[in-house]
Design a binder for this molecule. Structure first.
Ligand SMILES: *Cc1c(COP(=O)(O)O)cnc(C)c1O
Length: 421
């Protein structure tokens, strides 16, 4: 984008440096991924200029012929990918998708049963200062202390005791398979509606590497930018009986005009996910997470629940006498980027935490395989075992840089955004 360097070098520089940072560093943030150049290109188009409030064929503005076509493509492809009755591709984010479902399924003051944030749940499932905790009555379930697995017996007890109108399953930091069928049975017994929030695992679900929530839940929400590898955004799938209500809660209930450039990019990403290479990619994501987890365990780092079935791991640092906030800073010095994360029953606050969360989607997109992820596991262990040793971090930093150079990211974008001269 050479013209931006002329008109606005300050912003051009931020973009150039961020592209270079993403290329140079090893991203293990479980919620991040690299959208394809085609997905990025669709976002950077004049579709952003168009006001298209409403839905295809029912817009409040003229000139929506191509907006209609591209949104219909996104919906058709979403349905082909996930096999639901109805899809709404307009939510600007995963949180917005959840807000729309809460508005469709509940009246203010009614009760939600959802996973405790401290055990891996999400802000939008009922955190106190989030809209979901402010407008609804929230009861939470968690994992068993010993196994780190969801305590389904307790979920059932809470459901029968509190009779929630809505049960939410799905999490941001749960490394194991979710038993949607069990949640369905509990919801039926308690007379509740079920929302499966598969924000993190949407790509695994699409590739059939995780049990399918669509047959079990009235509503399924997701983000399009995590394992699904699309643009930043959200989506809701629902049963036919809720379709009209849900659409009216998305618009005009909680949003105005849809982001048509992002919806075009969602269509591109869903198209990519329908192609055969996508399932192979998701398989690699899961295998890589296992290889990383096995390496860390062999080096004496316990994992919450003992391992992973998915793309993410939660490393328990309590025995190391180190906080998650210390660990993520040490690792960032070496170019390994992850986040501190609460572990279940964490004695420390969310600003410190006793764990780190690691995920494989982004680095797998770059092409790293199991052998590379074993090396990454060794580096993480080397760095966290010797927090006082800057020389270890310097060695790892060099090795990380060699590895990322061997798997270059966005070469043509790097060239396009490079500072002129
Ligand atoms: C990431 C996430 C969301 C929300 O996504 P945003 O797009 O950041 O709003 C919702 N639910 C779960 C479980 C998530 O992990």
């Amino acid at each position: 984008m050479q013209t931006l360097w002329k008109t606005d070098p300050e912003v051009a520089r931020c973009i150039e440096e961020e592209i270079n940072r993403q290329d140079r560093e090893l991203i293990l943030i479980a919620s991040e991924n690299y959208a394809s150049p085609e997905v990025l290109a669709a976002m950077g188009t004049p579709l952003t200029n168009k006001y298209a409030e409403g839905y295809p064929g029912r817009r409040y503005y003229r000139g929506c012929e191509w907006a209609d076509r591209v949104e219909s493509l996104a919906v058709e492809r979403a349905l082909a990918l996930f096999g639901a009755d109805h899809a709404n591709v307009q939510p600007h984010s995963g949180t917005q998708a959840n807000l729309a479902v809460l508005m469709a399924a509940l009246k203010p003051g009614e009760t939600i049963l959802s996973m405790d944030l401290a055990h891996g749940g999400h802000l939008s499932h009922g955190m106190k200062i989030n809209f979901s905790g402010g407008f609804y009555d929230v009861v939470s379930y968690g994992v068993e202390p010993e196994s780190g697995l969801i305590d389904y017996g307790r979920v059932r007890d809470l459901a029968l005791r509190h009779r929630p109108r809505l049960i939410i399953c799905g999490a941001s930091a749960y490394p194991r398979v979710l038993d949607f069928r069990r949640f369905r049975q509990i919801a039926d017994e308690a007379g509740a509606v079920l929302l499966a929030d598969v924000a993190h695992i949407a790509g695994l679900v699409a590739a059939k590497l995780h049990p399918d929530p669509v047959p079990e839940a009235e509503f399924v929400t997701m983000t399009t930018h995590k394992t699904l590898r699309g643009p930043r955004g959200g989506m809701v799938l629902c049963r036919e009986a809720y379709a009209r209500k849900l659409d009216s809660r998305v618009f005009p209930g909680m949003q105005g005009g849809p982001l048509m450039h992002v919806i075009a990019a969602k269509a591109v990403a869903f198209g990519e996910a329908l192609r055969p290479g996508f399932a192979e990619y998701q398989q690699a994501v899961v295998k890589n997470a296992r290889a990383l987890g096995e390496t860390l365990r062999a080096r004496g780092f316990p994992l919450v629940s003992g391992g992973t079935d998915t793309h993410l791991l939660l490393v328990d640092l309590r025995e190391r006498g180190m906080t998650g906030a210390e660990a993520d800073v040490l690792l960032e010095e070496t170019g390994i980027v992850c986040n501190r994360n609460l572990i279940p029953f964490d004695p420390l606050p969310p600003t410190k935490t006793s764990g780190i969360r690691l995920g494989t989607p982004a680095a797998t997109t770059r092409g790293l395989g199991e052998a590379e992820f074993r090396r990454v596991g060794e580096w993480i262990a080397d760095v966290l075992e010797a927090p006082g040793d800057a020389a270890v971090r310097e060695r790892v930093r060099k090795e990380v840089r060699e590895l990322t150079s061997a798997f270059p990211l966005y070469p043509s974008l790097r060239a396009a955004w490079a500072r002129p001269g």
